[in-house]
Design a protein around this ligand. Sequence first.
Ligand code: 5GP
Ligand code: MG
Length: 181
Amino acid sequence: MDIEKKVWEVLCSEKEIELRIEELGAAITEAYKDKNLFVVSLLRGSFVFAADLVRRIDLKLKVDFMTSSSYEHAEESSGVVKILKDIEEDLQGYDVLVVDDIADSGLTMRHVMDHLKAKNPESVKCCVLLDKPSRRKVDLVPDYVGFTIPDKFVVGYGLNYGDYYRNVPYVFVVTDQDRTP
Ligand code: 5GP
Ligand code: MG
């Protein structure tokens, strides 16, 4: 589908995202003020969110990136998540906060958090910009959530459609309606 020919419905505007990230940053700053924060951003979807979020956290912190991919087998209810790029640093002594764009089935976040816990940090928590709790397949309640959204495929602010539209500065859904020229 050529989504440029369809009406885009804005779900989270630039201003709403900015204000919510300010709140999340303040909450994380308060919660981690006596800790040793290590932010792990999951590529590629969370690069925009993570970049804005860390600048709203008023603490000395480290940032690194991980890449994972998920394989959904049509006939199975659970997917398999593979780590393609891992954290290089020893996490002992750090309080890890995993940042992702969206929690959908929860498989990615669950797998990444369990993988990082095995490295024996002080703690592992997570923060997602968007949460679709109605789609959950595993036990995951994100510690920090920007917006809880309905079961719709969302695009923009880091989230892709095909390989594109990650740079759109707001989150939108594509409607069935044709755009009038
Ligand atoms: P989960 O493992 O929670 O099912 O899915 C996590 C990943 O699936 C997200 O990091 C994201 O890359 C992708 N994803 C899930 N829902 C959406 C969506 O509505 N839009 C886009 N663009 N990606 C999604
Ligand atoms: Mg992702």
